[in-house]
Design a protein around this ligand. Structure first.
Ligand SMILES: [Zn+2]
Length: 453
């Protein structure tokens, strides 16, 4: 009986004393994770074990602990001096592949289809790989499909070029996709070279960047692809391209190329319009750090510090959000364009999929899409790694919404990994956030100062 009472008292106590271990991932004690491994991420101020193994923590108590998952239910017992927590993680059995053919099928009768969404990626290969995007098409573009593979239609562009579009993003139509091009206008302003092509239908397009820019409009009657070459370097006297966009307004296709930025070498940021985009916000929290902070909040803090740094150096800063509010990706890009931003910096914190190890991934990475933004990304990463001592997690090319079609030099900075124990300690510190903003501002300033050398 005494034993039972003692047990009861201990049980009650363990319920009252909040366990020293705070797990932020997995997000619940009963979850399904479709991966061969996952990780426990969190913090603890005292020693604890997972299934009998002591979990290594850094000097601030942060941890990330990788566990293997078998198909079916996996039980993990987290135990410290006061409390036991049971996690049940179910890994589903792998699905067998079914659906569309994985071998290419050629249609005997070509199909006409039309884009059914507003941002439909046209790809160079029948894979959803991001970087293979040729362009992003708006609603209502008519296309000719000559075959299919892997759930993608093969789209005829011309004799040499083909594109691939996911079948679920188009609908069948009966209309002839060929469009009439009635002519174009050319507008030369202080900041942009602009072409307006008057079509009677929306057509697929591709823009190739370089010292000569090339626009191809496909499905143009009697003249497909309609090709316009614009000798950017010759016209502007600079090979530095600052941004361009191609979009339909009604059936008019607007091709806008930004002219090179003239900078004052002594005050390179003076008057330069810069958009700072704090990633996520509102109901979209982003990643969660080892200490439970939300990525959206850390992004906003660093972004505000960056605004302060840039303003100090004379820049004209626009923020896509200044509070904890939700904004869609397209809305962020549109608002930066409307503000006529020359530079767009999107601030994020990184996380990882279940199958990777948060202890082996750390540091700063910068994403760009257009080739023109790579030297800019290199310059900023160099400042961040040298000034902050961050691991160089590389400059990478990726087709992310915030670095595409922005009329600006655009990059997305993953300042550090929120789920890496050591990075998570830094990211929550206001001194580090200010130092990161300072390094980014230095990187921008140096790029503008030395860009022509
Ligand atoms: Zn993010």
């Amino acid at each position: 009986m005494k034993r039972v009472i003692l047990f009861l008292v201990m049980f009650l106590l363990s319920g009252l004393v909040c366990g020293a271990v705070e797990v932020v991932y997995p997000r619940a004690q009963n979850v399904t994770i479709n991966s061969g491994s996952t990780f426990f991420v969190g913090n603890s101020d005292s020693e604890f074990k997972i299934n009998g193994q002591t979990v290594p923590r850094n000097n601030k108590g942060a941890f990330a602990y990788v566990v293997k998952l078998n198909v079916g239910e996996n039980v993990f017992t987290l135990e410290d001096s006061v409390k036991k927590q049971i996690y049940k993680i179910t890994r589903p059995a792998p699905k067998t592949y079914s659906g569309t053919p994985s071998k290419q099928i050629d249609f005997t009768d070509y199909k006409t289809v039309m884009t059914a969404g507003d941002t439909v990626p046209m790809r160079s290969t029948p894979v959803d790989a991001g970087i293979n995007r040729l362009s992003v098409l708006p609603y209502g573009v008519m296309l000719t499909a000559s075959g299919e593979k892997n759930g993608f239609y093969k789209i005829i562009l011309d004799n040499q070029d083909a594109g691939w579009i996911a079948k679920h993003s188009v609908v069948d139509i009966k209309e002839n996709p060929a469009a009439n091009l009635k002519g174009y206008d050319y507008i030369d302003t202080d900041e942009f070279y602009t072409f307006v092509f008057h079509l009677d239908k929306k057509v697929p397009f591709v823009i190739e960047e370089g010292s000569t820019m090339v626009l191809k409009l496909y499905n143009v009657k009697d003249n497909s692809p309609y090709t316009m070459e614009f000798p950017y370097a010759e016209a502007s006297g600079s090979k530095k391209l600052y941004g361009y966009s191609g979009e339909f307004i009604g059936n008019d296709f607007i091709w806008k190329i930004r002219k090179p930025l003239k900078t004052d070498k002594k005050h390179p940021l003076k008057g330069v319009k810069i958009a700072v985009d704090a990633g996520h916000g509102g109901h979209e929290c982003g990643a969660i750090s080892c200490f439970g902070e939300k990525e959206k909040d850390i992004n906003l803090l660093i972004s505000k510090d960056l605004r302060t740094e840039l303003k100090k150096r004379g820049a004209d800063v626009y923020m896509t959000r200044t509070h904890d509010t939700y904004h869609g990706l397209k809305e962020r890009v549109t608002s930066a364009n409307e503000q006529n931003s020359v530079i767009l910096i999107s601030i994020h914190g990184n996380a990882l999929p279940d199958n990777l190890d948060p202890n082996k991934n750390s540091g700063t990475s910068i994403f760009y899409y257009y080739d023109m933004a790579k030297p800019f990304a290199d310059c900023i990463l160099k400042e961040m790694t040298t000034q902050l001592g961050m691991n160089n997690d590389k400059v990478r090319q990726a087709s992310l919404a915030l670095v595409r079609n922005t009329n600006a030099l655009s990059i997305l900075i993953e300042v550090g990994y929120l789920i890496n124990p050591d990075d998570s300690v830094l990211l929550r510190e206001s001194d580090f956030q200010k130092a990161a903003a300072h390094a980014i501002a230095d990187g921008i300033e140096k790029f503008l100062k030395y860009q022509d050398e």
